[in-house]
Design a protein around this ligand. Structure first.
Ligand SMILES: *[C@@H]1O[C@H](CO)[C@@H](O)[C@H](O)[C@H]1NC(C)=O
Ligand SMILES: *[C@@H]1O[C@H](CO)[C@@H](O)[C@H](O)[C@H]1NC(C)=O
Ligand SMILES: *[C@@H]1O[C@H](CO)[C@@H](O)[C@H](O)[C@H]1NC(C)=O
Ligand SMILES: *[C@@H]1O[C@H](CO)[C@@H](O)[C@H](O)[C@H]1NC(C)=O
Ligand SMILES: *[C@@H]1O[C@H](CO)[C@@H](O)[C@H](O)[C@H]1NC(C)=O
Ligand SMILES: *[C@@H]1O[C@H](CO)[C@@H](O)[C@H](O)[C@H]1NC(C)=O
Ligand SMILES: CC(=O)N[C@H]1CO[C@H](CO)[C@@H](O)[C@@H]1O
Ligand SMILES: CC(=O)N[C@H]1CO[C@H](CO)[C@@H](O)[C@@H]1O
Length: 406
């Protein structure tokens, strides 16, 4: 073939390739004649059909929900799909107020076994949780009723960006068994007194990044459960709510170790806790929680800014139970500044059965201006490396406790 021929061939090939690509990059708009959704109506069926068509598309495609408000009884976005999909929600989706009117139990919008999905569009997933919250207001127990707004199970290589999760009945976002998923520019809100409305909960996942995200709810901002690896929470603002939490760990017998967590460049405002690791006593299995770093954190009027609690036991009586078997090691708290709403602003209570190891506290500068005592700190079963802390914060009361004799 002459050089001229091969150039021409290449040109034709590129032309064909781009034409094919334009043709196959399909858009499945739920309001198109084919699907027939209209603002104000219930789009459950139209959205399911558009998803199925998109999922079967041999090349990248988009499902679009244009601006407007729509009712949605539930959505189950199941893969595997043939090619990457973008779910672009520009409008507002409203969940039924009652759990019993949802198409699935426990989940309003679910994604399962999907690879390479992008959820975007600037729209809102409104869980309309107020009714369900009003049904159970005993503060003593945690009920599991109420569905999760957005659930991701076994989702890989995906991005969730520029969407709002509003007033979920239960956790806003639940991530389980996922790999390489990024949440960015996500907005999550529910009132400070709404129960169980955790922002993003992550379980048994790897490579999850949450960044440039705002979360203000009635429960944990981000909670990171057992079996997670390589989780990064960066440039996230939390409040109100219960703060950023690792755990609770060490309660169930199927739990796995956790490692590689970084929480960096975050601000917590008016939250019950700041950054926290919590594990239950009497763990059925021994696991490890290691390589965990909290860095460049700003606390604004946070009640318990820095917490490790290996005696976590909110509802039951746990006195005299064997100590936690979760081994915490290679943990750092660095450059943490701001104000505490209580005098005890650093509390590191490690397990008497497996004390914390290789803990670093550096450049922590917190203030307390309330009337109940003066700024202080408490540490047990840990010998941290300390630098850049005033005496009041540097484990002012410190002890090594022995495990109870059972
Ligand atoms: C979408 O596909 C699933 C799985 O094949 C099927 O069960 C469901 O009925 C389909 N939904 C619609 C609206 O076509
Ligand atoms: C919960 O509280 C609301 C008002 O705050 C009240 O109307 C409702 O009856 C309470 N529900 C229960 C089950 O106590
Ligand atoms: C992670 O997911 C993103 C978004 O789909 C993708 O661009 C990237 O290649 C993935 N990374 C790996 C290591 O698979
Ligand atoms: C997640 O964030 C970490 C730390 O900032 C970074 O090293 C990693 O490449 C990010 N991963 C993805 C999938 O974006
Ligand atoms: C933290 O924020 C600073 C300034 O806003 C920025 O320069 C830096 O890249 C951020 N780091 C991370 C890990 O997001
Ligand atoms: C600080 O937090 C405490 C306890 O949550 C709260 O009572 C108080 O109103 C907060 N102060 C400000 C200025 O927000
Ligand atoms: C609507 C709702 O969440 N109801 C639950 C409240 O709590 C009781 C248990 O005390 C559950 O049985 C209800 O389902
Ligand atoms: C909480 C926090 O650190 N927020 C910062 C995130 O990044 C933007 C710039 O991209 C800053 O303006 C925020 O202050």
């Amino acid at each position: 073939m002459s050089p001229k021929m091969s150039l021409l061939g290449m040109f034709v090939f590129l032309l064909l390739a781009s034409a094919t690509k334009a043709h196959e990059s399909s858009v499945f708009d739920v309001t198109s004649a084919e699907y027939g959704a209209k603002p104000g109506s219930d789009i459950t069926f139209a959205l399911a059909k558009a998803w199925n068509d998109s999922c079967a598309s041999p090349s990248a495609s988009k499902v679009v929900v244009p601006s407007g408000t729509y009712k949605l009884s539930g959505a189950s976005f199941r893969g595997p799909c043939k090619a990457p999909i973008e779910l672009q929600v520009q409008g507002t989706l409203l969940a039924p107020e009652k759990d019993s009117d949802l198409t699935m139990e426990g989940t309003w919008v679910g994604f399962q076994h999907v690879d390479m999905i992008t959820v975007s569009g600037g729209g809102t997933f409104d869980g309309q949780g107020a009714f369900v919250w009003s049904q159970n207001n005993s503060s003593k127990s945690k009920h599991c009723s109420g569905s999760v707004n957005l659930r991701f199970d076994f989702v890989t290589n995906s991005i969730i960006q520029d969407v709002t999760s509003l007033n979920s009945k239960n956790f806003h976002v639940h991530v389980y068994g996922c790999n390489n998923v990024t949440f960015q520019h996500v907005h999550i809100t529910a009132p400070g007194d709404s129960k169980n409305t955790d922002g993003i909960h992550i379980g048994k996942s790897t490579g999850i990044n949450i960044t440039h995200t705002f979360i203000g709810t009635g429960d944990d901002c981000v909670s990171i459960g057992d079996g997670n690896n390589q989780i990064a929470v960066t440039n996230v603002s939390c409040g109100p709510g219960h703060g950023i939490s690792i755990g609770s760990l060490g309660r169930y017998d199927n739990e796995e170790s956790l490692a590689g967590i970084i929480v960096k460049n975050c601000t917590l405002t008016n939250t019950q806790n700041g950054v926290r690791i919590k594990t239950w006593p009497n763990s059925p299995v021994a696991t490890a929680a290691s390589d965990i770093h909290f860095e460049d954190i700003i606390m604004v009027n946070v009640s318990n800014p820095i917490v490790i609690d290996q005696l976590y036991c909110p509802y039951n009586k746990c006195d005299n139970l064997p100590p936690s078997k979760v081994k915490i090691s290679d943990v750092s708290f660095k450059n943490i500044q701001g104000s505490s709403a209580t005098a005890l602003s650093l509390k590191i209570v490690c397990s008497s059965g497996s004390p914390c190891e290789n803990m670093e506290l550096a450049d922590i500068d917190l203030t307390y201006s309330g009337a109940k005592g003066t700024l202080t700190s408490q540490c047990s079963n840990v010998k941290p490396t300390i630098s850049g802390l005033t005496g009041a914060l540097a484990c002012a009361t410190s002890s090594v406790m022995l495990p109870p004799l059972i």
